[in-house]
Design a protein around this ligand. Sequence first.
Ligand code: ATP
Ligand code: MG
Length: 464
Amino acid sequence: MATDIEGRLARELPAYARRVVDALEAAGYEAWVVGGWVRDALLGAPGHDVDVTTSAPWQKAAAVLRAAGVAVHETGTAHGTVTAVVDGRPVETTTYRVEGAYSDRRHPDEVRFVTDVREDLARRDFTVNAMAFHPERGLLDPFGGERDLAARVIRAVGEPRRRFEEDALRVLRAVRFACRLSAAIEPATQAALEACAPELDQIASERVGQELDGILATGRAAWALRHEFAVLAAAVPELAPMEGFDQRSPYHAHDVLEHTARVCAGVEEFAGGRPLPALRWAALLHDVAKPACWSEDVSGRGHFFGHPEEGARVARRVMGRLAIPGEVTRAAAALVLLHDFEIRATAPSMRRMLSELEAAAPGQARPLSFALLDLKRADAVAKAPKCMGYAVELDAMTAVLRAELSAGAVWRVRDLAVGGADVIRERGVEPGPGVGMVLAQLLEAVKADEVPNRRDDLLAWLRW
Ligand code: ATP
Ligand code: MG
C-alpha cells in the first residue's frame, strides 16, 4: 500500500528514468532509484540527477538497455557503473555492490558485487543518502533516512567511526550535506568525524577541493566555519591560524574566524544568494594571511600590512593544490588582493578598480568589479559597528560603476579609440615596446578624465 509520499514520488520520477528501471525489471532484474534523487524528491525538490542501482551485472544491464533502444556508455565498469542515456538525459546505473577494505583510507581495495539491495544501501555514507525508491514497491529505507531527513539530521550509516576510517572524505561530505540541508550532525557521527578529520590529509587534494567547493556552493560556509572549523582546518591547514586570532584593532570586533564567517554570510546576502564561485572563495580566504602579517605598534594596536598580497598568494597556492579551475582561482586571488583597495564614488576611481582587476584576472574585470564591491560591503558590515557606514558609501560606488559600465567604461588599452598604428604615425615612434608605453600613458589620461575617449581628441593628445 503506497503512502501519499510514495505516490507523489512515483508521479515525479521522470519518464526517462522510469524507462531504465522498467527495462531492467522487464528482463527479470531488480532496479531502484537511489541516493540524491530520492533524498531531494522527499524534500520536494525532485530536480536531482537520477541514479539507478540494479541486481543486473553491468554487462547484462548494458545489454538489456541497448536491446530496449537505450544508448549505454561504459563509464565506470570497474565499479559496475554504466550510463544510460534516454532522451539526452543520463542515468547512472550501477550494479549492487559493497566495498572491500580501505587499506589506504582512500580507495576501496576491491568492489564486490552483491545480490541484495540492502547491502548496497548499507555501504552508503549517510542515512539520508541510503534510501531506494521504486515506483511500485515504494520507499526502501532500512536506516531511517526519511525520519532523519524530516528532522534535518546527518547520521552515518552503521558505526560512524568505522565509516569515517574507511573513507575520510566522508568527514567533509557530512559537513557539505549538513550545510546543504540546514541539518545538524548527530552527536555520535559528529564525535567520529572530529576524531577522523586529521585523516583528510590522506585524501587526494582534488577530491577535497570538490567537497570544499561544494560546501561553499551551499551558501552556508558561515555555518561550517562556526560549527565545523576543525574539519575545514584539517582540509585546508592554512585556515587554522584564523581561529581565536585577536586582531587588537579598533576596526574589528571579532577574531579573524568569526569575521570571516560574517563575510561569507554577507556575500550571500549582498549577491542575492548567487555570488560567483570566486567571490565565495575570496570571502573564505580574504583575511587568511592576517595572522602571518600581524604586527603591533607602540600603542599596542594591531596592523596587518601586506595581508591582501600575501592572502592572494595563499589563495593561489591553496586553490591550485585543490585543483579549483584556474579561472576561478585567478578571480578569487584578484578579489583577495584588492579587498582593501581604496575606492571612491567617482568614475576615475571605478576605472582604476577595473584596471587593477583586469591586471590580476585578465578578461574578468567586469563581473569581478561587482563581486569586489559585494566583498567590500560584506567586509565592512563584519567589522566593528563604526565601520558599517562604509557599506552605504559602497551603494553610491555601485551606482557609479553601473553608470560607468553602461557608458562604455575604458579600462583596457583595447578600449581606447586609437591603436598602435596611430601612435607610430602620430608620434613617429618605432614599432616595439615604446608604442605600448605611449598607449599605457594615454589610457591613464583617459581613465583620469584628462582626455575624452574620442578618436579626434586622442589623436590630438598624441600629436601634442
Ligand atoms: P549531490 O547532489 O551532491 O551529487 P548525491 O547524493 O548525488 O548528492 P554523490 O556524491 O553524487 O551524492 O553520490 C551519490 C550517492 O553515492 C550518495 O547519495 C551516496 O549514497 C553514495 N556515496 C557517494 N560518495 C560516497 C562515499 N564517499 N561513501 C559512501 N557513500 C557514498
Ligand atoms: Mg550526485
